[in-house]
Design a binder for this molecule. Sequence first.
Ligand code: ADE
Length: 231
Amino acid sequence: MQIDVLTLFPNMFEGVIGDSILKRAQEKKKVDINLYNLRDWTHDKRRTVDDKPYGGGPGMVIKPEPVFEACDDLCKKNTHVILLTPQGEKLDQKLATKLLKYRHLLFICGHYEGYDERIRTLAHREVSIGDYVLTCGELPAMVVIDSIVRLVPGVLGEEGSLDSESFNDDLLEYPQYTRPSVYRDMKVPEILVSGNHNKIEKWRKQQSLKRTKKRRSDLLKKYNKEGKRSE
Ligand code: ADE
């Protein structure tokens, strides 16, 4: 999978893509992440990427020319272009899984007050990471990229760890414990040290349901509606 990012601040990505699992995913050639500076597609001395909005108003707007020209150069026949914006479709596990199917993603990160509306015609999809406004599209791009790359087969050590985690199935993950079995008077539930794998599986499913009901009743409703309840 190839992931290209068009950004005004490539340095913001260095720590995130240059460390931990994203770093390993690139080393293992599971994913190829490339950063492109939008200013490289400007033609003036000051490398201008923004301008005042027509009709007045505060702030600056990203100009169409550098973004269109960058897309001319970076887009291939199979490229899926994603614009980061709080007005986009909200990221969830289902969307991350859907994006995993594309061979080439191009993320466009905005800044300032917004994009020239014509830039929207370049995007196959607009994505938001939640109902709040950040200063830039770089952080959301990193969030979306991380949510996709960890799903690429072979990136996480154990494939099984993807099956049980939160939101697969629309349920939150069950509680996890590690050693020591007693810590500051808090004991690991007996069942987890019993070695009875059937019982452990059942307990985990019950805990997932209980936790989802308490914390995210919206998810539980969805789970029940989709007829996933096995009990
Ligand atoms: N740019 C600014 N805020 C954003 C958000 N919540 N999601 C995606 N892009 C953004």
